[in-house]
Design a binder for this molecule. Structure first.
Ligand code: 5AD
Ligand code: SF4
Length: 508
């Protein structure tokens, strides 16, 4: 798609140059910012599936140059970083772990809460000095924050030393964008407000050889009223099973032991296929036949979690018995204001069904406290739901207003002090139940996929059980990359200590 076509189709794009001196004139005349309003529009046009290819003119662009990517936020960003690293390496760049050594630095950003954004602006402040020392350094901002017009405006005004801004739909354009940076040495901006197509054949520089991400869909159409993701990641687009299944087979053949299927709302997988009835259950049913020991998926939305998927997951085998099922609140009234499209009863029904089909499954969740006008009673309902389900763990957050979302316009009578107290009370309950559940493991033997040395002690190895419990234990280094049996000697609130027993379990 060229620039004209892109504009005609409503994909806002600008890869123009910025004059530092008369920025405001330039801004009005040429620069078209990303627009959250445009991003909200869900087009009817069919998703196009395209193959990525590096144009000959960009081959060797990175020879003799090094790149560094700092990743903020969720697994989707980690996945995108692996793709960008793959593109860099295909262009001839070498990876480096040091910002001082890098010729290109990218900040792959997260917009989910205000504190995530503050970290990035703080980092830009630090990198300013480096940029002054090394004027040839290319400093880029990408990821979810780039999709927000307020962020792009702030970078233009306060951080004009940034060389490149590109959005989540523009990752495959990295070769063109880098080349433009070298030619112009002025700020290059390209943020398509509306999603692009599904691009296949993207190179990947995967981190590690034990666990791998496999993206199965992009975007989210749920529009929970607090959430920025549907605006920054675009509409739901599923990858075709005939791309995903061979990718998992390849990873299995390369010796990967665990894959995680990724998407913002994986339960909506396949809903956009017009030529077939095919959902996450169908995909999992095919993937479970592949000779790879562990398959996970994240993140689920309770609304789309269907019976067929439960039936398939109950078959077990390499489909793991851990389900992350964000509830967000235990109060039906708050859930309504959040536009979650289920209520407390329906969520509890779903949990009941899952537990019936998979009695040993572990459940984890996400919870937001202090949503606008949340009352004490409503917060108590969250605590009681948590007790009733007995989640294994939870990610808990204080509500953070995101510009452009419906909730950000709601008046809010809950003081920050109260929100913080609620978070503390919730976290105390989360810890209490986690500790209780962990205690049950003492004396039991679990299977652990060994990922490497423990962060704090190289004498100790660390890995995760199928239910995502962190286990630290003494074992020979050869165990790394294998699934081993570990007898649990001591439970802590968030991890288990143990000793390896017997040989590594033969996998593959
Ligand atoms: N404020 C606080 N937490 C949020 N989340 C998403 N948006 C917000 C927000 N505006 C949380 C939800 C989601 C998780 C990834 O982040 O709990 O499940
Ligand atoms: Fe955000 Fe809701 Fe979509 Fe999850 S399902 S990404 S919380 S809008």
């Amino acid at each position: 798609m060229n620039e004209e076509q892109r504009k005609a189709s409503g994909q806002v794009s600008s890869s123009d140059k910025k004059s530092e001196k008369d920025y405001s004139k330039y801004f009005e005349a040429v620069y078209i910012p990303p627009s959250l309003k445009d991003a909200k529009k869900r087009g009817k046009e069919e998703v196009e599936y395209n193959q990525f290819q590096i144009d000959e003119q960009f081959q060797g662009l990175g020879n003799g140059r090094k790149f560094y990517i700092r990743t903020y936020g969720c697994q989707m960003n980690e996945h995108d970083t692996e793709v960008m690293a793959g593109i860099f390496m295909a262009l001839g760049y070498e990876p480096t772990n040091s910002t001082e050594d890098a010729n290109v630095i990218l900040l792959n950003t997260c917009a989910i809460r205000e504190n995530a954004e503050n970290k990035v602006f703080g980092e830009l402040g630090h990198l300013k000095a480096l940029k002054r020392e090394k004027p040839d350094l290319i400093l880029g901002v990408c990821g979810c924050m780039s999709q927000e017009e307020s962020v792009v405006n702030r970078i233009l005004k306060k951080h004009p030393f940034v060389d490149l801004i590109f959005g989540t739909h523009n990752i495959h354009r990295l070769p063109e964008l880098l080349s433009e940076c070298y030619l112009s040495k002025e700020m290059v901006i390209e943020v398509w407000s509306k999603e692009g197509d599904v691009i296949e054949n993207l190179p990947r520089a995967r981190q590690g050889k034990i666990k791998g991400w496999v993206n199965i869909m992009y975007g989210c159409d749920k529009f929970c009223t607090y959430c920025i993701v549907p605006y920054t990641r675009g509409k739901e687009r599923s990858r075709r099973p005939d791309e995903i299944i061979p990718e998992v087979r390849r990873l299995a053949a390369e010796g990967y032991k665990e894959i995680t299927l990724l998407g913002q709302n994986v339960n909506a997988y396949g809903k956009d296929f017009e030529d077939m009835e095919y959902g996450l259950g169908h995909l999992m049913d095919e993937l479970r036949k592949i000779d790879i020991p562990r398959i996970r998926f994240t993140t689920s939305h309770p609304r789309d979690f269907d019976d067929h998927l439960i039936e398939v997951l109950a078959k077990g085998g390499n489909l793991l018995d851990h389900i992350h099922l964000p509830v967000q609140s235990g109060s039906s009234s708050v859930l309504k204001l959040m536009a979650r499209k289920y209520d407390r009863e329906r969520y509890l029904d779903l949990v009941r069904k899952i537990k019936e089909a998979m009695p040993n499954a572990s459940l984890t969740t996400d919870i937001i406290v202090g949503f606008p006008n949340e009352t004490d009673e409503q917060f108590e309902e969250t605590l009681s739901l948590y007790r009733e389900v007995e989640f294994d763990a939870a990610y808990t957050f204080i509500y953070s207003p995101r510009e452009g979302t419906p909730a950000a316009k709601m008046k809010d009578n809950v003081p920050m002090r109260v929100k913080k107290e609620r978070l503390q009370r919730l976290n105390a309950l989360v810890n209490e139940i986690s500790a209780k559940k962990m205690k049950e493991y003492e004396g039991q033997t679990v299977e652990v996929l060994v990922e490497g040395e423990s962060k704090n002690n190289p004498e100790i190895l660390a890995g995760y059980t199928s239910k995502s419990k962190l286990v630290n234990f003494k074992a020979p280094k050869e165990a790394i990359g294998n699934i081993v049996k570990v007898k649990i000697t001591q439970a802590k609130t968030w991890s288990l200590d143990g000793e390896m027993v017997g040989e590594a379990i033969e996998v593959n």
